[in-house]
Design a protein around this ligand. Structure first.
Ligand code: ATP
Length: 517
């Protein structure tokens, strides 16, 4: 047992023992004295007990309301103490976190730590007590012992502790829990059945471990800064959203050609915000009802992503009519009365545009906040304007071909080149003249290429070659296209001329006939 803990606990026990003895003795003599004197003496006895031990204690038990469930407050206090006070403790314990990935260090049992709040000192320690909920069959060793945290403070700070300090501990502890949790990547695609035993949930998940950050994202610095500012404003905007009466959510549309970093951007955002990611595969969703169910199962502090939105949904929003008489009609099945909730015969049971709009607006607003929804597309022009109007997709972010600014980020990531290099001038020029995605630029900067290790110079030279080739290819394609267009134009002109000639000949001939008659 730690010295400090021993002091606090013994002192408390001793103090409360004397206090209890006074109150016990008093209860014995109380029956033999007049009522008025009794009231006076009761108050005095309570005062005396509190002089002997002016300290109060509040216990937070590990046992939750449900059996075998740990209390959320206990876990939150544990997180708070590990973060705020563990550095001052001499005895710590280390455990593997929930997903066995992260190490959690917390204050060991019986070790006391002090905390300061508004100029007040408080003592915390963890201990164990015999649990009331003893079971006949001991399924889990040690389950008849229940742990608890106890905070001790002077009775004059009672209000401060109850009304301000404990809510503060709760808030801070929750924030630490969120920070330390293993974030998750969820999918609704049954073919990626990551957790087959979670058959009841629409989502399965794996730990989210994408390493992308805004530092490693190749993009113009100003554009990047604007996105980071927007995310910060969203994350800190809880009160603002409540004040203006808006649901605490934000929609982003990421658009641009393949390989420009749309998926990388989502990962960087999730890492920046410390959010989970829900990868919603619309093509795997049977109908609007299932979409609603999926959404309700998502939690706050999350990004819900629908990739390649233009490929996932019939954006015309029309219901598909049955094209040919079905086998059921021939068999007379059509005559059966429709059951409640059964779709119309000509209605395809799938997610519709209006279902998706509903999902974004109505349901979305009624669920808890701090959620981001994100669509990605290679073809913004194909999307229904209703789907991406401001208010639904608040911010449209163009992910474009690699700029020189973006290239410098990749050169730093892949080749550790942080200052300007002789070859940068030529690369800048070529990037201005040629479209190359960051994915292709990155591929050319890989030091390990074709099973051969290359130095930075070789990589840069390789990139220059690739850019020159891309430039030539683009020029060749443009030339071929120009020639094709010119040919088409000539052909059209010839056809037009031919038509005019024919019309003139007909007119001449018919004019003669008219004149003759
Ligand atoms: N802007 C970028 N910054 C850093 N790396 C990038 C960037 N864009 C692409 N990459 C690299 O290229 C790979 C492919 O990029 P990513 O999948 O993010 O592109 P995308 O735009 O989502 O492509 P698609 O439209 O084909 O899904 C990534 O793994 C990453 O290594």
């Amino acid at each position: 047992m730690g010295m400090a803990a021993m002091t606090v606990e013994r002192w408390l026990t001793l103090g409360s023992g004397v206090g209890i003895s006074i109150m016990f003795l008093w209860s014995k003599v109380q029956n033999h004295i007049p009522a008025a004197l009794s009231v006076y003496l009761t108050t005095s006895a309570t005062k005396l007990a509190s002089y002997v031990n002016p300290y109060l204690q509040i216990t937070i038990s590990e046992q939750g309301l449900e059996r075998f469930q740990r209390s959320e407050f206990f876990l939150t206090v544990e997180a708070y103490l590990s973060d705020a006070c563990a550095r001052r403790a001499r005895k710590l314990k280390a455990e593997l976190g929930k997903d066995s990935n992260n190490l959690q260090v917390s204050v060991d049992d019986y070790e006391a730590v002090t905390d300061e709040f508004s100029g007040t000192t408080l003592w915390w320690y963890a201990s164990k007590k015999q649990s009331n909920a003893r079971s006949l069959i001991n399924l889990y060793p040690g389950q008849d012992e229940s742990r608890f945290y106890r905070v001790v403070f002077h009775s004059r700070y009672r209000d401060l502790v109850v009304k301000s300090y404990l809510p503060f501990v709760l808030g801070e502890g929750r924030a630490v829990t969120v920070k330390n949790r293993q974030r998750r990547l969820f999918t609704n695609n049954a073919s990626k059945n990551w957790n087959p035993y979670r058959a009841n949930s629409c989502w399965s998940h794996v730990p989210f471990e994408h390493p992308a950050t805004f530092d490693t994202l190749a993009m113009d610095p100003e554009q990047k800064e604007a996105i980071v500012d927007d995310l910060k404003a969203f994350q800190e905007g809880k009160e603002y959203y409540a004040k203006v009466g808006k649901a605490w959510k934000r929609g982003y549309l990421l658009y641009g050609p393949p390989g420009t970093g749309k998926s990388t951007m989502i990962a960087a955002m999730a890492n920046f915000l410390d959010y989970d990611v829900y990868d919603l595969e619309l093509t795997a969703v049977k109908n609007n009802t299932e979409l609603r169910k999926l959404f309700i199962e998502t939690t706050g502090k999350s990004i819900i992503v629908i990739e390649d939105i233009d490929c996932s949904i019939d954006l015309t929003g029309k219901r598909l009519k049955a094209k040919k008489p079905s086998a059921s009609k021939e068999s007379g099945e059509d005559d059966k009365p429709k059951l409640p909730g059964e779709p119309e015969k000509d209605e395809a049971p799938k997610v519709t545009l209006s279902g998706l709009l509903n999902f974004i607006d109505g349901l979305w607003s009624s669920c808890g906040g701090e959620r981001i929804i994100m669509f990605t597309t290679n073809h913004k022009e194909k999307l229904d304007p209703a789907l991406i109007r401001r208010g639904r997709m608040d911010k449209h972010i163009e992910m474009s071909y690699c700029s020189f600014g973006g290239f410098k980020v990749l050169a730093k990531n892949y080749l550790d080149i942080v200052v300007e290099h002789d070859m940068f001038g030529e690369i800048r020029q070529l990037l201005e003249e040629t479209d190359m995605s960051p994915a292709d630029v990155a591929e050319n900067l890989m030091p390990m290429s074709k099973k051969k290790k290359r130095g930075p110079e070789e990589c840069l030279l390789g990139l220059i070659e690739a850019l020159k080739k891309a430039k030539e290819d683009t020029a060749a394609v443009a030339k071929a296209k120009g020639e094709e267009e010119a040919e088409m134009k000539n052909a059209n002109k010839e056809k037009e001329d031919g038509d005019v000639k024919k019309a003139k000949a007909w007119e001449d001939a018919n004019g003669d006939i008219h004149e003759a008659s």
